[in-house]
Design a protein. Sequence first.
Length: 173
Amino acid sequence: MTTLTRFVPFRSPLPDVAVLQNRLNSIFNDFARPDAGDEIMSGSFIPAVDVYEDEHKLVLKVEAPGVKQDDFDIHVENQTLTIKGERKFETDEKEENFHRIERRYGSFVRSFSLPQTVDTNAVEANYDAGVLSISLPKKAESKPKQVKIAVGSSKHIEAGKPEEVKQSSKSAA
């Protein structure tokens, strides 16, 4: 029995080569844009954000290494959370001395629509190791509730009925 394998001419069997090819493509795409050099210094920094939810809160984790804690502005207005910040280019070294600048600098703004279940008056923020964590607790009425319901045994009910029937039949006789 022969196994047929489809040949794809530009796909490498090695995943490392594909990763390298994708990285090179993104580098060339960055330099192909006419304003690529200006963009690095002018505010194209957009931090990555993870958002998750559990039964008690909604949490956003903003990856912003190099941003000082005082450079964040966090506010909630009309069920919209807005995070502003800035990663400043360090001027200790002259820009002409750099061989390569890959890190992004500048100001950023990220906005998130919040569900009505979030208590916007109890927002907490913490900044540690380059990660800004914003915790938004849920309102008490929106938290899941468990109600314990006692279930009676049907044997007791059935056992009571025949006795009642027997008693009523005895009294009838």
